[in-house]
Design a protein around this ligand. Structure first.
Ligand code: BGC
Length: 618
């Protein structure tokens, strides 16, 4: 999946944006109640893989309320993920059915769907299609290695076949094998009984649901970049749906929450549950120590009420719909919030927000944990924030207060997540001993580390896990790491230990893979790369690390900065700006020069850079 050879083979095939054939002429005189036209376009193809986009047009005179598109691949393709349709495949025969939001197609209207898949001997395009049992006649097709496409039309009368948007919501989410770390497993699985069950590791034995909004963003970029195969790979991995404002619940910017979960259920195959990831991110006074992601809700008592009644309650209501009980819903809870409570009480905005953060998270945990197939992971920053011993030792009290105040206590959470939307490496492979003495100084004394002995997430999470367990948290509360942008590949990455430098500073500079000017830099980092794809149990079940996930969708901006044309944003996202450490040292922000993209928006140049610097390579 991540071998370089795929990139070069794809290049040899000369990927290009596919062109779509003009549909065969439709004889209007014969137009009848039911008719269809299907255009199938291979928008990218590489050795062993492809992405196809289809446009389904209703050429009949009556509106469709739902549709079932059937066709047979002419090659040996196997679909691995799909968007805007539920897909089943038997041999080479494919059935793609409408979802609740795209079943209606007016006469003359169309809808788009697509999928990604694999092939071994042939990626020959299908040439005949049927919609609701009506063959789209008048097929024309063509194919070439670079841009195969096919289109088909029909205007034949038909029976009123209606597709049922089948969603095989089988609910065998139970998992008998006991989870994880040495002992435990009990605390996080109490009080949870429903059809979906509540297992120790939601990712084990499950498929990861792809956010269709993100897949569409990636595929648009893939097409714009002439079918870039490495970019296309990114869209095959799971990312989270960020509910970063109240309107996001209904889907004013991305797919809405109910639709997202409906799609996830539709994607379930033969009793294997889908994991769907969401981010809860709208606390009163959000992002109190920065400006890039300031929220919509004020840090006031009224703001807390708004958060609870207008944000958490509607989300909990959707999540508790029994139609979604077969899913495993992983909820990332409020990035950066409790870490700001731990370390940023000297900032008045954080001091003001703290009681609302604590009450809001307690409320969210209560509501979400009450839904038995929801798994709560509390954000716990990353090594370059809470990794100093003084910060780490102050952390459990803050988290413990919030968690033990919930109705279910420790059982209200399933674990923690570190590095959400950040860039800290999972491992510094050549800097494994923070106290190694070089030229009279330990490595952690250099300016880049400032006596923070946790150089990477594996070290940080292990230390933090032990600290939390010692403070009373159950051993079953393991860690996820957001590896979406912490790969640090590319030509600047050291490939072997360089032990020749004679000062600690030079030794660190020669060996670290983290290329930021300063570990406190967090906005659109220049030189960063996509990290290890989502993985369950990357270090085995006895590790405190349960899994790698991609929470921040790679290619979406961290934030913009104020300029003469707009006032919004954060100066720490300004490529020409600076960040300061606690000792008055100043450093470049590390933000990619030449761009100014608001938080959450697609940032093509950043995406291209992250793909180019992916480690391991895509
Ligand atoms: C932004 C959100 C955005 C998310 C995913 C965060 O940094 O604040 O608005 O939805 O990233 O891109």
């Amino acid at each position: 999946m991540r071998r370089r050879v795929w990139v070069s083979v794809a290049g040899a095939l000369g990927m290009a944006a596919a062109t779509t054939l003009t549909p065969a002429l439709l004889d209007q005189a014969q137009a009848a109640a039911n008719g269809c036209s299907v255009t199938y376009t291979t928008s990218s193809q590489w050795a062993g893989g492809f992405v196809a986009n289809l446009t389904l047009t209703n050429t009949g005179t009556t509106a469709l309320t739902s549709w079932s598109l059937t066709f047979t691949f002419a090659g040996d393709q196997k679909i691995t993920s799909e968007w805007n349709a539920g897909v089943t495949q038997s041999g080479e025969a494919v059935t793609a059915t409408s979802l609740s939001y795209n079943g209606a197609i007016a006469s003359g209207g169309n809808t788009t769907l697509g999928f990604q898949g694999t092939w071994t001997n042939s990626d020959a395009v299908p040439t005949s299609f049927a919609v609701n049992g009506v063959t789209c006649g008048g097929t024309t097709s063509t194919s070439s290695s670079a841009s195969p496409s096919a289109s088909a039309t029909s205007a034949s009368p038909s029976a009123s076949a209606s597709a049922s948007a089948s969603a095989s919501a089988s609910a065998s989410a139970s998992k008998s094998a006991s989870p994880s770390a040495s002992a435990s497993a009990s605390a996080s699985s109490t009080g949870t009984t429903s059809s979906g069950g509540h297992v120790a590791d939601p990712f084990t034995g499950a498929n990861r649901f792809l956010n269709p909004s993100y897949v569409a963003e990636v595929n648009a970029q893939v097409t714009a970049d002439g079918g870039n195969a490495a970019e296309a790979k990114v869209g095959t991995y799971q990312t989270a749906l960020w509910l970063d404002h109240i309107g996001a619940i209904a889907g004013d910017s991305n797919v809405g929450l109910a639709q997202y979960l409906t799609d996830a259920v539709a994607a379930e195959k033969s009793g294997t549950p889908e994991v769907a990831e969401i981010v809860i991110y709208d606390l009163p006074g959000r992002d109190c120590a920065a400006l890039a992601s300031n929220g919509e809700i004020p840090a006031t008592a009224a703001g807390l009420t708004e958060y609870e009644s207008q944000y958490i309650d509607p989300i909990a209501s959707i999540l508790s719909n029994s139609a979604y009980s077969s899913l495993r819903i992983v909820a990332i809870i409020e990035p950066d919030s409790l870490p700001n409570v731990v370390t940023n009480q000297s900032l008045s905005a954080c001091q003001t927000a703290t009681p609302y953060y604590e009450s809001g998270i307690e409320y969210a945990l209560n509501k979400l944990h009450a839904v038995s197939n929801v798994y709560n992971y509390l954000d716990i920053a990353h090594s370059a924030w809470l990794g100093w011993p003084s910060n780490m030792s102050a952390t459990p009290a803050v988290y413990k207060t919030v968690v033990t105040n919930t109705t279910a206590g420790y059982a209200s959470i399933d674990g923690f997540i570190s590095d959400t939307a950040n860039y800290t490496p999972t491992q510094e492979p050549f800097l494994t001993n923070p106290t190694l003495n070089v030229g009279g100084n330990p490595l952690d004394s250099v300016t880049f580390y400032q006596y923070n002995p946790t150089f990477d997430e594996l070290t940080y999470d292990t230390d933090m896990y032990n600290t939390l367990v010692a403070a009373g948290f159950p051993t079953s509360d393991r860690f996820l790491i957001d590896t979406s942008r912490n790969g640090w590949g590319g030509s600047s990455r050291p490939t072997a230990l360089n032990s020749t430098p004679t000062t600690a500073t030079a030794y660190v500079a020669a060996n670290k893979i983290d290329q930021r000017p300063f570990r406190g830099d967090w906005c659109n980092q220049n030189g960063a790369g996509i990290g290890t794809p989502p993985t369950d149990e990357p270090f085995g079940t006895s590790s405190p690390i349960m899994g790698f996930v991609w929470i921040k969708p790679p290619g979406e901006s961290d934030g913009d900065y104020p300029t003469s044309t707009h006032t919004h944003g954060d100066p720490h996202c300004d490529p020409a700006g600076t960040n300061t450490d606690g000792n008055g040292g100043t450093y470049g922000t590390g933000a990619i020069p030449g761009y100014d993209v608001p938080a959450g928006q697609w940032y093509a140049a950043e995406f291209q850079m992250l793909v180019a610097n992916a480690y391991p390579a895509l």
